[in-house]
Design a binder for this molecule. Sequence first.
Ligand SMILES: [Zn+2]
Length: 247
Amino acid sequence: MDDFDRVITEELDRWQQAGKVARCWLRDDDAVEPSTPLERLLEITGAFSVPLTLAVIPAYTGEALAQRLARAPSCSVAVHGWSHVNYAGAGEKKQELGCHRPASEVLDELQRGFSHLAGLHPNRFVPMLVPPWNRIDAGLVPRLADLGFEALSVYGPEMPSVLRVVNTHVDVMDWHGTRGGRDRMALAGEIVARLGHMFDHGGSLGLLTHHLVHDEAVWDFMIALFDVTARHPACRWCRVTDVLRDQ
Ligand SMILES: [Zn+2]
């Protein structure tokens, strides 16, 4: 057992001794069509029976992805904005669902995205919004339920909201440095820290991936993580619908 396996196993052993089970879920963003990286993602998650939630960009997706996912029974589909276009200014953080456009325009697009994906994926669609870049104007959130959304997923600790919130907490990518996978021991440290928080306060651990930009380090990390967690009796990789239902 290497250091990575050891730190995660030690934390999960603590859960097991307390008779608790840590619930984890996997969100992967930006899918639009079948691709070689998507095949790899489906293969790895399938091998470890890890359910997958794909945050799909509605504007660019169609039947091809729906036909591929018909053979992926543990895959759910959530709404990743509409077109993943950045409307923020040059000095701002990127945002599609900000206050840069009239709210009615943003909400109309989200309605289109919801309908488009619900139609393409009737058996795997989850009425959950995953805002591109994990950002949405707070003023829009109270209006999402009218569009049919039942949940919201961003990044970081869950904040009080009018919608159910199930976030991701660990991001495998080094966006501002190498733009490849992050150091696996740093990721293990974040995972253990999140598990420690959950042990005392409840909640789930959301892992965030982006299959289209993974380097070998990310794929290796995912295999190592699933290998050590998926067979541990105190860890359960869940469908996002199960996480939401049990909140
Ligand atoms: Zn995205």
